[in-house]
Design a protein around this ligand. Structure first.
Ligand code: WTA
Length: 653
């Protein structure tokens, strides 16, 4: 089957999906957000968002809700607030200081319980410490930590000081961290000796050291987590327990402009250089907070919420830190992997803490499916009342499995579409309103305007497919790419500049009811286990290896991870294809970018398929990687190349 034919087949399967699951009556009745929210927002979109902004505490009100100079937006202009105050102090002031904010579960089984009153003290101490280390409003602080409470505390401490944080996922390499430090011009790095992963301590400090050498970083604040020996640079490195623990537990905060930068988060684009996505304060927090309240139907007095993402991704920013904490919820935070020390660890955690809402990724759900339904069946999951999915399209089988084996056929599922750039959820069912369909994210949330358009920017009719666009500015939208306005305009706004639409980079279909089905990326970005990785970034990592002459990378469909990275490489003349070339190259990519970017497969080939203008035809390589018969080769400069590749691979096997 050709690529087009195979996605057509999946699509018609999807579009034949006729099962719908209306919310249980009791759920609908008690839901935070009723159907009328759609009308309210339709009648007055900006007024709707102003109402949601009023859920937060402002030191000064805004005078203009939206200033839109396409493609640059400012929300709640003139308003002042402190984001950390909104996430922590105000809950204590409201008398909820004793409520647990975080039930933290370390991978080895150690735990910490942190109330809102504790969190207020911890964040205040960390803010005092960062101030002592020289952090001032407008500075950038890099956070390179495992999933420990200090990660959330550090983010909030930056927010409290009006400094922007940039969290780098602990699985990224020293090189990746260094590029981000340089791009953000960070002054301070917060890291740890290491964290626990798969039952062992996994070091972070050595990579941090390698990354920091030669940068403008002045101070490194190090959390002790694993107790392993670490290299130490006197005068630059300080221990968290030495500097933070001795600080006063009170910190006088100031308030900042609604548009004060809150964080920069790097994400893969279609070129080798990651983009620093910039988010600011008032609009971001408004939408992160409201969507969390609306989509997860959060009842802070009774719910125990768990988002099983890493804080290093946007999901962790918006739905572990800012959304949940601004709503004063009790949540679970888990350090490790789902199979340590056994494959029932997630279910054990749900049973132990009485988790009511679980938010995870389709790749994780498919992994659980592979391990077998008998594993969750051994645990009491009856506390669950709502399930969420994020990061990639969820296939109907995984959706049904999640609903049945985890949700006991009673929990609504919210499939949430959004991006690092959108800052918060954009497309999702409302759990008390929407009759859900397995595999569809369904419709834009109240206050959000999306469409599916063709090449020319014309909306497709129901039943049609095309490109997903966002047609109106939204409060949590990125404010730009750090230091690169041109790239911002070019990446997101140039494709539909005439219409003024934001181009999301995702394909989508509207079904006959007008519900949306997201179909994955339409650019050179792969989605591996819900993580965005650029083909060009992996290619440039590969060609930086001395034995590689040329490389082309494609994302091939993978039953568990969504896509798997398959690399085609041409070796240099002098390099021979030894038994461990592939292993060496995979390691090399892990060193250059991080283990998440390790190709699933490396195929050594004599040539790469190119058009006459020299562009690599990835479509044909995907055919090979997915064991399909090849599509049209007539536009190749040398149509025999594909035969050479296939013959070579057959010979290898
Ligand atoms: C994909 C993660 C289908 C999509 C929050 C998007 C999804 C990219 C969904 C953003 C979903 C995310 N259904 N696809 N529910 N959620 N995606 O920036 O391709 O890491 O463009 O943000 O993930 O990935 P990012």
């Amino acid at each position: 089957m050709t690529e087009e034919a195979s996605s057509e087949a999946t699509l018609s399967n999807l579009l034949r999906e006729e099962r719908t699951f209306p919310p249980p009556a009791a759920f609908a009745e008690a839901a935070n957000v009723p159907a009328s929210a759609y009308e309210e927002a339709r009648d007055d979109r900006i007024g709707f968002w102003e109402n949601q902004a009023r859920r937060l505490s402002w030191a000064e009100p805004w005078h203009t809700a939206l200033e839109w100079t396409p493609p640059f937006a400012k929300w709640f202009v003139g308003g002042k607030l402190n984001v950390a105050y909104n996430c922590v102090d105000r809950h204590v002031e409201a008398g909820n200081g004793d409520r647990v904010a975080i039930h933290w579960e370390g991978e080895p089984g150690d735990t910490r319980t942190i109330t809102y009153a504790d969190l207020q003290k911890l964040v205040s101490q960390a803010a005092n410490a960062l101030h002592e280390l020289g952090v001032r409003p407008g500075d950038r602080v890099m956070i390179y930590l495992p999933m420990i409470p200090e990660a959330a505390v550090a983010m909030l401490a930056c927010a409290r000081l009006g400094a922007a944080h940039s969290v780098v996922f602990g699985g990224f390499s020293a090189d990746s961290l260094r590029n981000r430090i340089d791009d953000a011009q960070a002054k301070v790095v917060i890291t740890a000796d290491g964290g626990y992963r798969r039952g062992k301590p996994s070091a972070l400090k050595p990579a941090a050291d390698e990354a920091i050498a030669g940068t403008a970083v002045e101070k490194v604040l190090v959390v002790k987590r694993t107790n392993e020996d670490v290299p130490w640079t006197e005068g630059r490195d300080v221990w968290w327990h030495d500097v933070v623990d001795r600080q006063p537990t009170e910190h006088e905060y100031t308030t900042f402009d609604a548009e004060n930068p809150l964080f920069i988060l790097y994400t893969s684009g279609t070129t080798a250089r990651p983009k620093g996505i910039l988010h600011t304060s008032g609009g971001y927090l408004t939408q992160a907070s409201w969507t969390h309240h609306a989509v997860f139907d959060l009842k802070p007095e009774t719910d125990v919420y768990w988002c099983a993402a890493d804080i290093g991704w946007v999901t962790g920013h918006s739905y572990i830190v800012y959304g949940p904490l601004s709503n004063g919820v009790t949540q679970v935070m888990y350090e490790g992997t789902p199979d340590t020390p056994h494959q029932g660890r997630f279910w054990e955690i749900i049973q132990k803490y009485g988790v009511t809402i679980l938010y995870t990724a389709p790749t994780t759900i498919r992994t659980f499916m592979k391990w077998g339904a008998d594993i969750p069946a051994k645990f009491d999951l009856s506390s669950l009342r709502l399930l969420g999915s994020v990061g990639e399209p969820i296939n109907p089988e995984a959706w049904m499995w999640y609903r049945h084996h985890i949700g006991g056929d009673r929990c609504p599922i919210v499939d949430t579409w959004w991006q690092t750039e959108t800052g918060a959820i954009m497309i999702s069912p409302l759990p008390g309103v929407t009759a859900t369909k397995p595999g569809s994210a369904q419709r834009a949330l109240p206050g959000i305007s999306v469409d599916v358009v063709d090449e020319s920017g014309k909306p497709v009719p129901d039943g049609g497919g095309g490109y997903l666009v966002l047609t109106e500015p939204w409060p949590a939208m990125l404010r730009g790419i750090w230091g690169d306005d041109e790239r911002y305009k070019d990446t997101y706004w140039s494709r539909y500049s005439e219409q003024g639409y934001y181009f999301a980079g995702d394909g989508a279909k509207k079904d006959d009811d007008g519900d949306l089905w997201l179909l994955g990326r339409v650019d050179d970005v792969m989605n591996v286990s819900g993580h965005r990785i650029s083909t060009t970034e992996v290619e440039s990592a590969l060609v930086s290896h001395p034995s590689v002459a040329e490389a082309a990378v494609v994302g091939a469909t993978d039953p568990t991870t969504g896509q798997g990275i398959v690399a085609f490489v041409i070796l240099r003349g002098e390099a021979t294809e030894g038994g461990d070339t592939a292993t060496e190259l995979r390691q090399h990519v892990a060193r250059e970018i991080g283990p998440i970017a390790k190709p699933r497969q490396i195929l050594v080939v004599p040539e790469l398929p190119k058009t006459r203008s020299g562009k690599i035809m990835r479509r044909l390589l995907r055919d090979v990687a997915e064991n399909r018969s090849m599509g049209d080769v007539t536009t190749l400069a040398d149509p025999t190349v594909m035969n050479m590749i296939s013959a070579g691979l057959a010979g290898n096997a």
